[in-house]
Write a protein that binds this ligand. Structure first.
Ligand code: ADP
Ligand code: MG
Length: 308
C-alpha cells in the first residue's frame, strides 16, 4: 500500500524525524490559508500523487510546456496561484506513464535552503531477509540510473534484525554520504528514527530522495515515499486509514473488495486461474507463445463455483 508524501512525513514526524513544516490543501483557497498560517518567506507547493519525478514532470493540459509539479513560491499569493494552476490537472512524470495522474491535493511546505542533495532508502531485501539501507551522494536523481551507471556511488548496508541499527552502521552511512562533524551525529539520530518508523509500521519501502544538508548544516528529508506490506494492514489501522482509493486502479480496487488477487496488465488475453502459482505459469506460457496477458487473476486455490 502506498501513501502520499505529506502523509509519509506525518508518519515520520511521529517517530522523531525532523521534517519541514507544511500542510495539505485541496483547493487554492486552502493553500493560501496554510501558507499564511506558516509564516516564512519561501514556500514550496508540491503535487500529491502516488508517483515520483513530480519536479521534472509536466502537466498534460500544458502540453508538456508549462511548469512542473513542485514549485518554489516567494509569497502567499504565489502559493495560491501555483495551487490553482496544479489542482485538477493531470501530472505526467517518468513514474506515472503517459496517462499521468490527476492532482487532487497539494502540499504547501516551508522552503529549505539546500546545500547538498543526498539519497537514502530502506527496503526489505528478500535475499538476506533483512532491512537494507541504500545511501548515495547522488540525491535528487533517478536512483535506477545511478545504480546502472555508477553503482560504486551506492552504499548498501543490511541490518541484522536481532541487533537493529547500530552506531557503526550509522557512521559508515554518514561517512559514505560525506557528512562532517555534528552532521554525523544528526544523521545517526535520523537513521535510528527512520529505522524505528520503518519496522514499527510494517513498511516495505522508505525512500528519501533527496535527503538534504541545509545551509545551516542540518540533515533533513525533503521528499518521502513509503510503501507498506498490505498483508500487515490488519494490525496497522492508523496507516491503513491513509489509503487513498482515488490513486488506485478502479478494477484492482473492486477486486480487492472481494478478496481477489487481481492485477491489471496491458495485454489482450484475460486470465482467470485458481492458484497464484498456476496463474504465474499461465502468464509465462502465454508470453512464451507470443501472447500478452490482460491481467493476473488468482481466484484462490480453494475457489468454489460461486466464487468463480
Ligand atoms: P519528486 O521526487 O517527485 O520530483 P521532490 O519532493 O523530491 O519531488 O522535489 C523535487 C525537488 O524539489 C527536490 O529535489 C528539491 O530540490 C526541491 N524541493 C522539494 N521540496 C523542497 C523544499 N521544501 N524546499 C526547497 N526545495 C525543495
Ligand atoms: Mg524526490
Amino acid at each position: 500500500m502506498n501513501i502520499h508524501e505529506y502523509q509519509a512525513k506525518q508518519v515520520l514526524k511521529k517517530y522523531g524525524v525532523p521534517v519541514p513544516d507544511g500542510g495539505v490543501a485541496y483547493t487554492a483557497a486552502e493553500a493560501e490559508k496554510v501558507a499564511s498560517g506558516m509564516g516564512g518567506e519561501v514556500f514550496v507547493v508540491k503535487s500529491q500523487i502516488h508517483a515520483g519525478g513530480r519536479g521534472k514532470g509536466t502537466f498534460k493540459e500544458d502540453e508538456g510546456k508549462g511548469k512542473g509539479g513542485v514549485r518554489i513560491c516567494k509569497s502567499v499569493a504565489e502559493v495560491k496561484e501555483a495551487a490553482a494552476d496544479m489542482i485538477g490537472k493531470t501530472l505526467v512524470t517518468h513514474q506515472t506513464g503517459p496517462a499521468g495522474k490527476e492532482v487532487k491535493r497539494i502540499y504547501v511546505e516551508e522552503g529549505c535552503a539546500i546545500e547538498r542533495e543526498l539519497y537514502l532508502s530502506m527496503l526489505i531485501d528478500r535475499v538476506s531477509c533483512r532491512v537494507t539501507i541504500m545511501a548515495s551522494t547522488e540525491g535528487g536523481m533517478n536512483i535506477e540510473e545511478v545504480a546502472s551507471e555508477t553503482p560504486e556511488k551506492i552504499l548498501l548496508q543490511s541490518i541484522d534484525p536481532a541487533t537493529g541499527i547500530q552506531g557503526f552502521h550509522c557512521r559508515k552511512i554518514a561517512f559514505a554520504l560525506g557528512l562532517k562533524g555534528g552532521q554525523i551525529k544528526s544523521c545517526a539520530k535520523l537513521l535510528g528514527s527512520l529505522y524505528e518508523a520503518f519496522t514499527a509500521t510494517d513498511a516495505s519501502l522508505l525512500e528519501i530522495n533527496p535527503l538534504v544538508v541545509t545551509k545551516d548544516g542540518d540533515v533533513i528529508p525533503l521528499d518521502a515515499k513509503m510503501n507498506f506490506d498490505s498483508n500487515a494492514m490488519y494490525r496497522q489501522p492508523d496507516i491503513h486509514e491513509l489509503r487513498d482509493e482515488d490513486e488506485e486502479d478502479a478494477m484492482e480496487l473492486e477486486a480487492s473488495k472481494h478478496d481477489l488477487n487481481y492485477i491489471k496488465l496491458d495485454g489482450t488475453i484475460g486470465c482467470m486461474v485458481n492458484g497464484a502459482g498456476l496463474a504465474m505459469s499461465t502468464m509465462d506460457i502465454i508470453q512464451l507463445r507470443g501472447g500478452t496477458p490482460a491481467n493476473f487473476l488468482d481466484v484462490g486455490g480453494g475457489a468454489t463455483a460461486e466464487r468463480v
